[in-house]
Every structure is written in C-alpha cells, then in structure tokens.
Design a protein around this ligand. Structure first.
Ligand code: CP
Ligand code: NVA
Length: 313
C-alpha cells in the first residue's frame, strides 16, 4: 500500500508550466509516480473529492488518464466539453472559475490560449492544472521525464534531444528536464524555435541542478550523443492554418532510423502522441525496438495521479 508521506509538495498550488515549482517537489512527485506504477493498490487519496476536467480541445490520453486516475484514487471526475458549457456562450473565465470553485476541489483544463488558463487559476479558489495549452504541456513533460528515468535510472547530466517544432511539448520537456539536471538540446528550424524566455528560464533551472538547455537549428547536432530523441507533431492544435508551410519547413526534422542512428547507441525514441507516420516520425521508429512511446503514454496516468495526490493530499 502506497503511503502518502509528508514531503516538499505542490500542496494547494496550481500547475501551469512547472517553471516555478521546486525541483525537490517534482522529484518527489516522480518517485510517487514510480510507486503508483509498481503498486496496484492505490490509496483512496481523493475520497470525497471532485475534479473538473474541462476539455476545449480534443484529447485521448489526457482525458482517459485523468479520468481513470481520479477514479482509482477514489475521487469523482466531472468531464466537461468547453463547447457544452456556458463558457461556449460567452460566460467569462472569471465567473466560470468562481462557480466551479464552489463545486469541485481542483480544475484540470485543456485550451489553446495559455492566458485563459492563467486567468482561470487567478480567479479560482481551487488549484488549476494545465492539461495542455499552446505554450506548455506540463503533465506531458512529467511523463516524459518519468519515462527517461525509467529507462536510464538517474538522469542528471543525461542528454535529451528535442527535434522539430519549438512548441508546448518542447517547452515542457526543457523545463521538466532542467528540474532533473538534464542536458536538453532542441533542434528546431528558424521561425519555429522555442520561446526565448522559456529557454532562458529552463537553462537557469538546469544550471542550478548541474544541467543545461540549448537550442540549435541542425537536427543531427541536436541528437549527437542524445540518449532520448523526442519529437512532436509539426501542426499543433491552433496551428492548423499554417499546415502547408509547416510541412515544407519541418521535413528535414523527421525522426527516422537514420536520425536515430546519429544519436547514442542506446537512445530511446519519445513522442507524446498522436503521431503522424512519415511526417515528424516514421512508424519504423515509433513502433520499433527503440520506441518508448507506449510507456510514455501509460506514464501519464501515474504522474497525474501523483500530481493530484500531491496537490490535494
Ligand atoms: N499527448 C497527449 O496529450 O495526448 P492527447 O491529446 O490524446 O491527450
Ligand atoms: N503539440 C501538440 C501536442 C498534442 C498532445 C498540440 O499542441 O497539439
């Protein structure tokens, strides 16, 4: 039986980006996630608690993993599609935050605009968890680092490469990796580099823990020596209007067997999914022997359950 022991927590705090969370609390959260994975007897840490799951954009993994995780912890997930809420008819985020706070103990939200989630957190009386915005995907970043730890043990100093669009998943890998003292290198084309303030903050965090964060434009340079090679879609939710140009720009950044061969011999391939065979990654890689994408998807369940235990425990 997993005990919920006192430790440096994210207690009562919202999770928007991981950029302002202590490394010690995040490390403890990952340890708890590891325990939840190995011990099927989960504590009913959320008994009597309700968590709203607001989805303004499609989701498979995030929705199912939160819903299953909350239920296994004895809580009650309330799944809401943004378009079915009064939000879709113009009720403000402020009023929505105040009302949901009277009913539930935490709000998980997926929406494109990061400022919306920040406003929700600003007006809510309960913690808010970002389940993906255009800028950050912190739950994914936690699962990514959990997966890398699972494969390699201690990850401080381990080099991970992100290849492709400098997007939400790139940002969250950088920050989560930085908190663990990893060396994260993003290889992205000009015009699609990760946001400089995020890179600077991630590098600052990484350096405080013996790691580093860097950006290059050559995918081969990025993967050189990398033990994890990570990519994500070239057209994120909200970017659909730029599809043709993006597909042209990103084609040299495809993660295929040749690019994997340029990484460390024991490198694993990561992708948050859903994947597009022959675009950002090839089926031979993400269905191949070096793929860790299915573990990575499964690990969403454990990091998010640990997160809810940590925040609401
Ligand atoms: N990786 C991820 O967030 O997947 P979904 O969009 O299916 O939730
Ligand atoms: N970058 C992608 C991630 C999907 C899980 C998007 O935002 O659509």
């Amino acid at each position: 039986m997993i005990r919920h022991v006192p430790h440096p927590t994210l207690g009562g705090r919202s999770l928007l980006s991981l950029m302002n969370h202590p490394a010690e609390a995040v490390r403890h959260l990952l340890d708890l996630a590891d325990s939840l994975k190995t011990d099927p007897e989960w504590p009913k840490a959320l008994a009597g608690r309700s968590v709203a799951l607001v989805f303004d954009q499609p989701s498979t993994r995030t929705r199912v993993s939160f819903e299953v995780g909350i239920t296994r912890l004895g809580g009650h997930p309330v799944v809401l599609a943004g378009r079915d809420m009064q939000l879709g008819r113009g009720e403000t985020i402020e009023d929505t935050a105040k009302v949901l706070s009277r009913f539930v103990d935490a709000i998980v939200i997926r929406t494109v605009d990061h400022a919306t989630v920040a406003a929700l957190a600003g007006h809510a009386d309960v913690p808010v968890i970002n389940a993906l915005t255009h800028d950050h995907h912190p739950c994914q970043g936690l699962a990514d680092v959990m997966t890398i730890r699972e494969h390699f043990g201690e990850v401080a100093g381990l080099r991970a490469a992100y290849v492709g669009d400098g997007n939400n998943c790139c940002h969250s890998l950088m920050v989560a990796g930085a908190l663990m003292g990893m060396e994260v290198v993003a290889g992205c084309p000009e015009g699609y580099l990760p946001d400089p303030p995020v890179v600077e903050r991630a590098d600052e965090i990484a350096r405080a823990h013996g790691g580093s964060v860097a950006v290059v434009t050559d995918p081969r340079e990025a993967v050189d020596g990398a033990r994890a090679v990570y990519t994500d879609v070239w057209v994120s939710m909200g970017d659909e209007g730029e599809e043709a140009e993006r597909l042209r720009t990103f084609s040299p950044y495809r993660v295929d067997e040749a690019l994997m061969a340029a990484a460390a011999p024991d490198a694993i391939a990561l992708h948050p999914l859903p994947a597009h065979d022959g675009l950002e990654i090839t089926r031979a890689v993400y269905h191949g022997p070096r793929s860790a994408v299915w573990d990575e998807a499964e690990n969403r369940l454990y990091v998010q359950a640990a997160l809810l235990m940590n925040i609401l425990g």
